[in-house]
Design a protein around this ligand. Structure first.
Ligand code: ZN
Length: 447
């Protein structure tokens, strides 16, 4: 595989910085990017700046122990992200069934792309001809790409993992292919994502290997895997620097369900000085209490001045607990996948669209929701577009109409993004503890 380093993206002159006020009035410094692809006299400086604005509680209060929750801003090459944030998943270069304009309307600030799938189709030649994923999918805000490691690992019997990397057969055309930390960095450089992820080995809760299938991963197995991920982190970092990728590379903490291994992993990654860190290998089939135990252990031990990303989590309740545990960034397929299955998230609990009780209901999914599906939007000519009843959404579901999952996806993503917006507002106002209680009470009420 060959990547033309002159075509991989913009170089950054670290001298040029812009002083601007963010939306809370705080003065921040932003690096300006210039395209001078043939000029290598300037050192390449990744553009990522994380500013911590508030913590919970803002001042010590009697009777409130507080949490690890924090409010911040993250500046990336394609714009600023307000944290804590949820990132909609756009696996194949599209958030399934949702137009980019709808994503913007609902306040999406950063979305995911999938390195493995985009490598398979349309392939790197097409990606390179568009200068990366942004122009190809017509999304001009930040993008985070995963490393592709999880998909390769998920191929099971079709792949062989070695220290050097993973040999596998393409699920698209059977070609013999090889994924390594270097290859992952080359692909993500071609995609020009604002945040790239190191290649890691996902440590499963239950083994999927033929000899040990279904067995719980032992501490020794988790250690072996975690240590290889650390070596791959270093190789990812070296290749990312060699490619002069102007974006940000995050390291990923592994270690399975073992706090001691998690601690070792994070300490060694922190020593490598990544601009941000993820907690991986959670939500991989483990019981809920195990997931919550790791979520409570790891995020707040990561450097306070860098963004923290909890990969692949989770339910609305997980997001609130994750923020309380000190997480800044989340992604999950749940809002879009559940939407396609007719499960809707609302402030007052989850709702099954297929349920016959909605058949003649004129009310919206969630009377407090301001999304296009529930409330509609005002058009330039003064009329309202959208604002659908449960009866109509139930009807679309019964008839298998395409608009059903599209409207459900808009609502569910809006719900997730709005939940994060409400948490940011509560952190700004110093009322996160009260928010957390109200959230639980509302969700338990039932819809
Ligand atoms: Zn809605």
């Amino acid at each position: 595989m060959c990547v033309d380093k002159h075509a991989i993206g913009k170089q950054v002159d670290p001298v040029d910085r812009l002083q601007i006020k963010d939306n809370t009035g705080k003065l921040i410094s932003i690096a300006m990017t210039h395209a001078h692809p043939h000029d290598h006299s300037h050192p390449t400086q990744p553009v990522v700046q994380f500013d911590l604005l508030r913590t919970d509680p803002p001042v010590i209060e009697a009777g409130y122990a507080g949490s690890h929750a924090r409010r911040g801003t993250l500046v990336l090459n394609h714009g600023m992200v307000q944290t804590p944030i949820f990132m909609p998943v756009g696996t194949y270069g599209t958030v399934k069934g949702v137009m980019p304009s709808s994503l913007e309307d609902m306040g999406a600030q950063i979305i995911l792309g999938n390195t493995f799938h985009l490598w398979m189709r349309p392939g790197l030649d097409v990606m390179q001809s568009f200068g990366g994923l942004h122009d190809f999918e017509r999304w001009n805000k930040p993008i985070l790409t995963d490393s592709g490691g999880f998909q390769v690992w998920s191929l099971g019997a079709m792949r062989k993992i070695t220290e050097q990397g993973v040999h596998f057969s393409s699920p698209v055309n059977g070609d013999k292919l090889f994924m390594s930390p270097e290859v992952s960095m080359q692909i993500q450089t071609t995609l020009n994502s604002d945040i790239a992820m190191q290649l890691d080995e996902c440590t499963p809760y239950l083994s999927i290997e033929p000899k040990t299938k279904g067995q719980i991963t032992t501490e020794q197995e988790a250690r072996t895997s975690m240590e290889m991920s650390l070596r791959w982190a270093k190789r990812s970092q070296d290749e990312f620097a060699r490619l002069e990728n102007p974006n940000a590379l995050f390291g990923i903490v592994q270690g399975g369900m073992f706090e001691g291994l998690r601690q070792e992993s994070l300490e060694q990654l922190v020593a490598m000085d990544f601009p941000g860190y993820a907690v991986g290998g959670v939500s991989v089939g483990e019981p809920k209490d195990e997931m919550l135990r790791i979520m409570a252990h790891t995020p707040h031990r990561l450097p306070w001045h860098k963004p923290r990303y909890l990969m692949g989590v989770g339910t609305p309740e997980d997001l609130v607990e994750g923020v309380a545990a000190g997480v800044d960034m989340f992604d999950c397929v749940m809002p879009t996948r559940n939407a396609r299955n007719g499960t809707l998230f609302t402030r007052f609990g989850d709702l099954k669209m297929r349920n016959a009780r909605h058949k003649a209901d004129h009310g919206p999914l969630d009377s407090t929701c301001t999304c296009y599906t529930c409330k509609g939007s005002l058009r330039a000519n003064g009329t309202i577009s959208g604002g659908f009843s449960r009866a109509y959404l139930h009807h679309l579901d019964r008839c298998g109409e395409m608009l059903g999952p599209m409207l459900a996806s808009i609502h569910n993503l809006h719900y997730y993004l709005n939940l994060m917006r409400e948490m940011r507002a509560a952190l700004d106002a110093g009322t996160f503890g009260a928010f957390r209680q109200q959230f639980k009470a509302d969700r338990a009420r039932g819809v």
